[in-house]
Write a protein that binds this ligand. Sequence first.
Ligand SMILES: [Zn+2]
Length: 135
Amino acid sequence: MLTPDQRSRLMSRIRSRDTTPELVVRSMLHRMGYRFRLHRKDLPGKLDVVLPRHRKVVLVHGCFWHGHGCKLGPVPKSNQGYWSPKIAGNRARDARNALALAELGWQILELWECEIRDLKGTERRIKEFMMSRRS
Ligand SMILES: [Zn+2]
C-alpha cells in the first residue's frame, strides 16, 4: 500500500514519462491558439502535426529512429547490421516526404527530439515558423 503522498509522487513520475516530444510541440501550438490535425493520411509521410489552414506541417523526429547522430541517437555498437539499414531507410523516407510536401506547397518545420528539450528555443522556433510566409 502507498500513502497518498507516495502515490501522487509515483503518478507525477509516470505522467512526466508520458510527455513525449510530440506532445510538447502539440501543447505549445495549442497554447498559441493554433488548430491542428494529427496524422493526416492524405499527405505524404506519417505527419505528426498538420496545420491545414496555414499549409504548414511540423515534423517531430525521434533522434534514434531518424538517425540524428546526436547523443540521444547513436546506433548501438552491437547489432549495427540490424539497426543501420532501418535508420538509413527512415532517413531516406524523411527526405522523400519533405520533398513531396514542399512540391505540394507545404511549409515544413522539422524538430528533433533533442532540440525540443530546450522548451524556450522550441517555442521560439515554432512562433517564427508560424509567422513566416511562403516565398
Ligand atoms: Zn538529436
